[in-house]
Design a protein around this ligand. Structure first.
Ligand code: ADP
Length: 466
């Protein structure tokens, strides 16, 4: 398959080509175009030229075009899902779920409209708040959910009248390019553009004077760089960054019910989820019971190639992350008691089965740092106050979960967690109509919901004497 960039409505080759590695084999399985700076400039100017037409086309025309885009993806559903598994590693069923969610996001946000709001309506004064698009938005995405994270950004950006330059992570470029092919056939030229880099164009894109906003999902370290490059032009920013989410089990929890849910929360997508459960705080008397159940779950879980229908957990997405997780496994073995896992599989590809580790000090790397992999620290606590303090004592503040039989008691604990989202007795419940985002070093701004849509528009207050 010959993948192309989409620049100004035309599918084009890159200035160079680069291999794409299948993480289940560690070998290249495709190659893709790589843009140079000149092509990035072309993409930005194409988006800039297309902006007035798209802005003025009106909601109905935009929503119709987005409906055609969603249909075009749906018509190639199986190809999208298989390409996603091949480049990212996730089990095919999860890839299908991601493709389905991406189509749904484009349809959902395509049908939304930010109507003006009347703030004051009284004798002598009418004050209305209006919303209008920003211009060209750069959507910069990571490698864990390369399609749906992009689809949500693009859906909101386009629905609100902006045009887009999309830049995927270099290790997962292909589904973004497929989206470009669908857009080439359904959207006006220049409204959506794709460039692929080797981690070398993000800085120039973030600094570009013709980019009005950056919608970024990635690591906190890279988020800081994006914010710095955006400063000179005071760009609007949405930064969805890392997390180190705590799961707190209360002492009335039903372990049989909750252990599989915790396991899923920590290992979905091989733990490569910004809001995965990354530290599990458990009443001391329940630690043995939880660990026994989690070890049994690890031992009955199939880790393998995502294309194999039996696979429940696929490989780690790339070599760099794989190496980082291996270091974390070694460090955890030195500092705590590893009950199972932590040994890499003796086969090609980047496979690490889930690891359950207990008795780690709070200062251990696996507790302090975001692991972004299926390595699960089980941390004993004595009082709920102490658990809350420890949960909040990290630089991140993305999400977290509370698990317990008494919803009111769990909600009271949730009200003390310093993050953007807290789920009670559930996890990963993301909805298009509910905003999501981080506090502290986990990011700035929100995505999805009306709040998320407002991050893609300027606000204009029109105040009338009457
Ligand atoms: P990871 O999750 O691998 O740490 P990053 O946060 O580095 O990922 O990457 C997320 C996205 O940010 C990727 O598309 C990457 O290419 C891009 N990126 C990397 N460096 C920069 C930069 N200086 N400015 C903007 N984007 C960047």
């Amino acid at each position: 398959m010959d993948f192309k960039l989409l620049i100004g409505g035309t599918l084009v080759d890159g200035a160079a080509r680069m291999p794409v590695i299948n993480p289940a084999t560690g070998e290249p399985f495709a190659d893709c175009p790589r843009a140079d700076l000149a092509q990035m400039e072309q993409a930005v100017s194409a988006a800039k030229r297309a902006f007035p037409g798209w802005r003025d086309a009106g909601n109905t025309a935009r929503h119709d075009a987005m409906g055609r885009l969603a249909d075009a993806i749906e018509a190639r559903f199986a190809e999208f899902a298989r390409t996603l598994t091949a480049e990212q590693g996730k089990p095919l069923a999860q890839a299908e779920f991601e493709v389905g969610g991406s189509i749904a996001a484009i349809r959902y946000f395509g049908a939304q409209e930010l109507l003006p709001e009347t703030l004051v309506d009284e004798a002598g004064s009418l004050v209305v708040e209006q919303y209008y698009p920003l211009g060209v938005v750069a959507c910069i995405t990571p490698w864990n959910f390369p399609l749906i994270l992009l689809a949500i950004k693009v859906a909101v950006a386009l629905s609100t009248g902006n045009t887009v330059v999309a830049k995927p992570a270099p290790t997962t470029p292909l589904t973004t390019l497929l989206l470009g092919e669908c857009a080439a056939a359904t959207l006006p030229a220049g409204v959506f553009n794709t460039i692929v880099d080797a981690n070398d164009l993000g800085g120039a894109l973030s600094a570009h004077p013709d980019i009005a906003k950056i919608s970024f999902t990635g690591s906190t370290a890279t988020g800081r760089k994006v914010m710095a490059s955006a400063a000179a032009t005071l760009k609007r920013l949405t930064l969805e960054l890392g997390g180190n989410d705590a799961a707190i089990l209360l002492d009335d929890v039903d372990l049989d019910d909750v252990a599989p849910k915790i396991f899923q929360a920590a290992t979905y997508n091989a733990g490569q989820v910004c809001m995965a459960a990354k530290r599990i705080y458990v009443p001391r008397q329940l630690v043995n019971g939880l660990c026994d159940r989690l070890v049994a779950l690890v031992q009955s879980t199939v880790v393998g190639d995502g294309m194999d229908p039996a696979t429940q957990i696929g490989p780690i997405q790339n070599r760099m992350q794989f190496d980082k997780l291996r270091d974390l496994c070694e460090d955890s073995k030195q500092q705590g008691d590893v009950l199972t896992g932590g040994e890499i599989l003796n086969r090609p590809g980047y496979f690490i089965p889930p690891m359950i580790v207990r008795n780690l000090p709070e200062a251990a790397r696996l507790v302090r740092e975001e692991q972004f992999g299926p390595l699960i620290p089980i941390l004993a606590y004595d009082t709920v106050d102490e658990a809350v303090t420890r949960a909040n004592a990290v630089e991140y503040g993305l999400a977290g979960t509370i698990w317990g039989a008494d919803p009111q008691r769990a909600a009271a604990v949730a009200g003390r967690i310093e993050t953007g989202t807290v789920w009670i007795n559930k996890h990963l419940d993301l909805r298009f109509d509910v905003p999501f985002g981080g506090v502290k070093q986990s990011g700035i701004g929100r995505e999805q919901g009306r709040h998320g849509m407002k991050e893609f528009v300027n606000t204009r207050v029109v105040s009338l004497a009457r």
